[in-house]
Ligand binder design. Structure first.
Ligand SMILES: *Cc1c(COP(=O)(O)O)cnc(C)c1O
Length: 397
């Protein structure tokens, strides 16, 4: 059994704050500063350039990738860390399209996170080879699959509503039509149980600053199915993905397996920060995390609907159809969220009117869910949001 009291004690959580935004930026593990500090002084400081070998910084993207892989059903040697999620999306789509040269369509849904769609758009413009991006409504994706489609690229859990696609069903149906499938796990890794190998996904990508608590700008990951890993051609053919970077060969030769999805020099400090968080993840099972997350989300929905009828649920009611976040619609949602934050409950806002709350069993419990709703009721009933300072939009919402 996972001990969530213990994991909670391992995070730095500011006094007087109920943090319901771990879906956007996970909190700091208490062990991270010392772990990173040690790396800085003992490795960068004392080892300098020899750290690449002596501390094996060179092997870190794969080593950490294996640890992330355990949380998403990926076998050892199929996940590598580096860059940002936007870059990893580009790499996955570029490689997948090359594997289906006879087809020209990328299918996604209109609930996808815009950067995923922007990256595809930019890639298709560079390819200039008659490709197009088609978008379906999330509920219509299955019907939109056809033998004209090269690649299906979906984000499993919708960043606004938390609506969850059925990875297994969609992957199977797509494969039956010869379509390659890419899953974006930004709101899945550390939030829901994922079985990449079991559902036979071709590619997957995700970030580690959300549920995985790697810190702002923490490196992304990419998964390539073992059966494809030695065949895919990396579009971003950087030297770190070369078979032999230090041969300084003038010709590019892709490295073995997943290593070829590396691009440039790995972010060693950021990966070191992520390692401290993964130590906490090693203490829990994703099955327990998922069960507890559904309980917390169900409790929040029940409390808000009972005590705050002004808000309308904009997430699936059925926990199995939802990720680890809950969204409520409220016309003055932006101002209400700012007031809520000011009163110690941190969620976030997603346009046009979504108040979004993330529930992360590693450090949130039932008591805080109820306490958060107490404050939400005050903000709504007493119209605490109705102040000019809460209506002023910031750069990040
Ligand atoms: C958070 C998120 C991103 C962010 O991409 P970055 O390159 O890390 O800024 C991309 N896609 C999805 C689906 C996300 O949820």
């Amino acid at each position: 059994m996972s001990n969530f009291e213990k994991t909670k004690s391992m995070f730095h959580l500011p006094d007087g704050m109920i943090y319901l935004d771990g879906n956007s930026l996970g909190p700091l593990p208490k062990a991270t500063p010392a772990h990173v500090g040690d790396m800085l002084t003992k490795e960068w400081g004392d080892l300098l350039i020899t750290g690449w070998n002596k501390a094996d910084w060179m092997g870190q993207p794969g080593r950490v990738g294996d640890r992330v892989g355990k949380l998403i059903g990926a076998p050892a040697g199929s996940v590598v860390m580096g860059d940002t999620l936007s870059i990893k999306v580009y790499q996955a789509v570029a490689s997948a399209l090359e594997m289906r040269p006879d087809r020209k369509i990328v299918l996604s849904d209109n609930g996808n996170f815009p950067t995923d769609l922007y990256m595809v758009d930019g890639l298709l413009r560079s390819l200039d080879n008659g490709h197009s991006l088609q978008l379906a409504n999330p509920e219509d994706v299955e019907d939109a699959l056809s033998e004209d489609i090269a690649v299906l690229m979906l984000t499993e859990v919708d960043y606004r509503t938390g609506r969850k696609h059925d990875m297994k069903v969609l992957t199977e149906k797509a494969h039956a039509l010869g379509i390659l499938v890419i899953w974006d796990l930004a709101h899945s890794a550390g939030a829901v149980e994922v079985d990449l190998a079991g559902c036979d996904a071709d590619f997957a990508v995700g970030c580690t600053y959300k549920y995985l608590n790697g810190g702002p700008g923490a490196p992304a990951f990419i998964y390539v199915a073992t059966k494809h890993a030695d065949r895919v051609r990396p579009a971003l053919s950087g030297w770190m993905g070369h078979d032999s970077p230090f041969a300084f060969d003038l010709d590019y030769k892709a490295g073995a397996g997943i290593e070829r999805m590396r691009v440039g020099t790995p972010p060693v400090i950021a990966l070191t920060a992520l390692e401290s968080s993964l130590d906490i993840w090693d203490m829990v099972s994703m099955t327990d995390v998922r069960a507890k997350s559904i309980e917390l989300c169900d409790l929040f929905i029940a409390e808000v609907e009972k005590r705050c009828p002004q808000l309308t649920l904009n997430s699936p009611r059925d926990g199995t159809q939802r990720g680890s976040q809950v969204t409520f619609k409220f016309d003055e949602g932006y101002a209400a969220m700012q007031a809520l934050i000011d009163h110690g409950v941190v969620g976030d806002f997603r346009a046009p009117n979504n108040m979004r709350f993330g529930f992360t069993p590693l450090y949130i419990d039932e008591g805080e869910v109820v306490a958060a709703v107490d404050i939400l009721v005050d903000v709504i009933e007493q119209k605490l949001w109705d102040k000019p300072q809460y209506k002023q939009r910031s750069r990040v919402t």
